[in-house]
Design a protein around this ligand. Structure first.
Ligand code: NAD
Length: 466
């Protein structure tokens, strides 16, 4: 009898050990390192191996990453974990964002070859890898950025060492482990994607100084973008925005109201592209507000409460308090002593154009609405509130001249007409998806080719077959 019990216990322990070996999120040895230089060394080795693989094989690696993320269990676990760990955003919207990143980030098809033939033979130019890329990622899109950058960077023949925000550490470890396990199954080199177990500013600095890092990609606020741009290395900077919306009297106001509420409340307003303030012409001001209320916006009218809210969510220097970034509108209102039904997803209030919440990028579901005498004034105010970030702007209008005027004046990387902001990153709009939008350094919406070097190859007197 005793022997049977012991045998049963041993069987259970062995079964548990076997389970934990299969656990997709067990991170032992899947690109997670204690030391930054070790991670870079391993990444360098992985990149040399990848460079010797065929483009077709690279395509299979990309497919395996897409499939791993899109597996429902993984998609749900990652999306939930990102919200739990960072305290930022909405689970349902993280699912949509992660799905878009996995499905719609360009792969090897992005690497087109340019060719020129003539009397002197042939010249081709191709997108070739940099080598090891150092990629710094934000708290606001922790998984989305790792997914789209990994797909683009590996499609381009690179390996990547991530430096995630420390507040998204566990989520990033989980995701990188998952991706490496999926890659291993289709014969990829080990450690194509890596990070250190304890991300920190010191480790990021170490990464920036390491000679084997050939390209830096920073997705975040102005601090980190300026840091990589002063590193002396080739750098891609995807920085902050403060996207304004203009609505004029020619717009379909009911649709505009719904689109603005949907875009601005998406993932609780943390996307860098999300609507952050509205400039609407007087003629349609009340109608727009009324229809926004019908679509889940809560109108705050009391000046004292608006002032109290501003103080509550802002630090002394005017920057957003981390505790309120990406929080539900319901939570912000609850902390102000206001209870609202669960369909409320956005707080709106009438503001003047100088209001702090108009001018500062807050990344929370609070949207100030400014009443303007006419569309030209609205466009001017939008230009001022965008602060020359040239990031994203949105306009609801049927007047082609005014749409063109706004597009030309603001010179944004993304200009969305008559749709929610997220249409600009391929969610409900045409075009591919990325969560690294490089305004400051000019790559725009990044894809595999953005992470590549262009190299030319020339042969004279041959291959011209005309
Ligand atoms: P953040 O700038 O605080 O952090 C971004 C990353 O940089 C993190 O990994 C952080 O650890 C690191 N970092 C910051 N300062 C650093 C320094 N001095 N040295 C080394 N590392 C440093 O930004 P966040 O709050 O995580 O993200 C929100 C910001 O990012 C917003 O301004 C948003 O607009 C911007 N953003 C831009 C894009 C884009 O594609 N353009 C995408 C997402 C977020």
């Amino acid at each position: 009898m005793k022997t049977e019990i012991i045998e049963e216990v041993v069987r259970k322990i062995l079964a548990e050990m076997e389970d934990s070996k299969d656990n997709k999120f067990d991170y032992y040895d899947y690109g997670i390192f204690d030391d930054m230089d070790d991670a870079i060394e391993a990444s360098n080795k992985a990149q040399r191996e990848l460079f010797n693989m065929s483009i077709e094989q690279r395509g299979k690696l990309v497919d395996s990453m897409r499939a791993a993320i899109l597996e429902p269990d993984n998609l749900e676990t990652l999306s939930r974990k990102a919200v739990e760990e960072t305290g930022i955003g909405k689970y349902e919207d993280k699912i949509l964002k992660n799905k878009a990143a996995a499905e719609n980030s360009p792969g090897i098809e992005d690497l087109t070859t340019w060719a020129k033939t003539g009397e002197n033979g042939i010249t081709i130019e191709e997108y070739c890898p940099f080598g090891v890329i150092g990629s710094i990622t934000p708290t606001t899109n922790p998984t989305e950025t790792i997914i789209c950058n990994s797909i683009g960077m590996i499609a381009g023949g690179n390996s990547v060492v991530f430096s995630p925000h420390p507040r998204a550490k566990e989520t990033s470890i989980m995701l990188i482990t998952l991706l490496n396990k999926a890659l291993e199954k289709v014969g990829a080199p080990r450690n194509l994607i890596s990070m250190v177990r304890e991300p920190s500013i010191e480790n990021t600095n170490k990464m920036m100084k390491n000679n084997k890092i050939r390209l830096l990609v920073a997705t975040g606020g102005p601090g980190i973008v300026n840091t990589v741009l002063s590193s002396g290395k080739k750098a891609i900077g995807a920085g902050a925005g403060n996207p304004p919306v203009v609505v004029d009297e020619t717009a379909d106001i009911e649709k505009a109201a719904k689109d603005i509420v949907d875009g601005s409340s998406f993932d609780n307003n943390v996307p860098c592209i999300a609507e952050k303030e509205v400039f609407v012409v007087r003629e349609v001001f009340d109608k727009l507000i009324l229809h926004m209320q019908k679509n889940g916006a809560y109108l705050l009218n009391d000046k004292e409460i608006i002032e109290k809210m501003d103080k509550m969510v802002s630090k002394d220097d005017g920057k957003p308090k981390v505790d309120y970034v990406g929080k539900d509108a319901k939570v912000i209102l609850r902390d102000l002593g206001i209870d609202v039904p669960s369909n409320i997803k956005l707080i709106i209030f009438k503001a003047n154009k100088e209001h702090h919440l108009v001018q500062e990028e807050m990344m929370m579901p609070i949207l100030p609405i400014v009443c303007c005498d006419n569309v030209d004034k609205a466009i001017d105010y939008a230009y001022q509130a965008e602060h020359g970030n040239r990031h994203t702007a949105i306009m609801h209008s049927k007047n082609v001249d005014k749409l063109t005027k706004m597009a030309k004046l603001l010179e944004c990387t993304i200009f969305v007409k008559n749709a929610p902001s997220y249409a600009g990153i391929g969610v409900g709009g045409e075009g591919f998806t990325t969560f690294t939008i490089a305004g400051p350094t000019g790559e725009g919406l990044t894809s595999a080719r953005s992470f590549c070097r262009k190299r030319r190859c020339t042969m004279i007197d041959s291959f011209n077959i005309r």
